[in-house]
Design a protein around this ligand. Structure first.
Ligand SMILES: NC(=O)c1ccc[n+]([C@@H]2O[C@H](COP(=O)([O-])OP(=O)(O)OC[C@H]3O[C@@H](n4cnc5c(N)ncnc54)[C@H](OP(=O)(O)O)[C@@H]3O)[C@@H](O)[C@H]2O)c1
Length: 303
């Protein structure tokens, strides 16, 4: 067993590295540029820009991993909307090259995907529900998924892990997340403007890392939905954070999505049916109330 983790500097990538170290799973971590995760030993790290296809192929044939967990992506949805070609190159073309490299050595290929593959009209969603992407980012993930699902050579050693609003903290992350923002803003009494017409199931990054790794360790294939356990409107998610902090009189202003002028269209109501992951992976994710104390502990550790 040897796992190649892409995007190891990202939020999820860092948690998968942490889990591999804790459970003594051999791994190679890669990301663009230098290793920003001091918990990832330099001996396990190889810098790799996934857009350099020859280097990707060489790394896979040199390292011969038994599985690749592909977390790296352009993840800023509005940036993708404004830069569709770059989004396609990173999220679709680079994923395809990595998948073909995995196939060439018969390795398992696990692709990270998103609830945004759905249009949000009929959530919560099961793995087999039809997709209908509303944005450039969402379309890129559908295209990357389809390279696996519709493989003309019918290669079966792959999985897709779809997830929803991932939260947690790590070293030198390139972007924040809603719950971190709330942890900072709420105690200061800063006003938070939040939509009440988008429903999500926020996902603790450590739970997601567990699910992603279990797929490989249990040799599972196909699509898996891995999110937090409860779907609620975005304003309620942040209210839960306030409650977990013991705060009253939260300064939350409720707004409608139409007033936000976001470049990329968002699905109104997602959320996942987690039965498949519960049954096959023993995936039992924590909800916000349980994770906030852990996140506060992490904030001390990581900064
Ligand atoms: N976060 C969410 O709420 C969410 C929700 C649904 C699905 N997902 C999916 O889950 C996965 C992990 O998300 P995340 O939040 O951990 O992402 P993240 O923190 O944004 O990390 C993504 C990583 O990908 C790397 N990357 C980007 N372009 C690259 C390239 N050309 N070559 C090599 N590495 C590259 C980035 O490197 P740099 O740091 O060096 O830029 C970054 O470390 C993604 O596939 C995402 O689409 C995330």
């Amino acid at each position: 067993m040897k796992i190649l983790i892409t995007g190891s500097n990202g939020l999820l990538g860092q948690k998968i590295v942490k889990r591999c170290i804790k459970h003594r799973v051999p791994f190679i971590a890669t990301s663009k540029g230098v290793n920003r995760n001091p918990e990832c030993p330099e001996g396990n790290y190889i810098s790799l820009d996934l857009q350099q296809s020859d280097e990707v192929k060489k790394l896979v044939s040199d390292q011969k991993p038994t599985a690749i967990i592909h977390t790296a992506a352009l993840t800023n949805v509005d940036y993708c909307e404004a830069n569709p070609e770059e989004c396609h190159q990173v999220n679709v073309v680079a994923s395809r090259i990595l998948y073909e490299a995995a196939k060439s050595i018969q390795a398992h290929f696990e692709l990270l995907s998103t609830d945004f593959v759905f249009d949000g009209e009929n959530g919560p969603y099961k793995e087999e529900d039809p997709v209908n992407p509303l944005s450039v980012y969402a379309q890129s993930k559908v295209d990357a998924e389809n390279d696996l699902i519709n493989d003309p050579e019918k290669y079966k050693n792959w999985s897709i892990a779809r997830t929803i609003i991932v939260y947690g903290t790590g070293f030198g992350l390139s972007r924040s997340n809603m719950i971190l923002w709330a942890l900072e803003a709420l105690p200061k009494g800063e006003v938070m403007k939040l939509v009440d017409d988008q429903f999500r199931a926020p996902t603790w990054a450590d739970d997601l890392a567990y699910g992603c790794l279990e797929i490989v360790l249990r040799d599972q294939k196909g699509i898996f939905h891995l999110s937090g356990p409860v779907t609620r409107p975005v304003n309620k998610i942040v209210e839960e954070v306030g409650e977990a902090l013991g705060l009253t009189n939260l300064n939350i202003e409720t707004i409608s999505s139409s007033t936000l002028n976001q470049a990329a269209k968002r699905p109104p109501r997602t959320g996942f049916d987690l039965s498949k992951a519960e049954k096959l992976l023993d995936y039992h994710p924590m909800d916000i109330q349980e994770t906030i104390p852990l996140l506060q502990h992490d904030l001390i550790h990581y900064h």
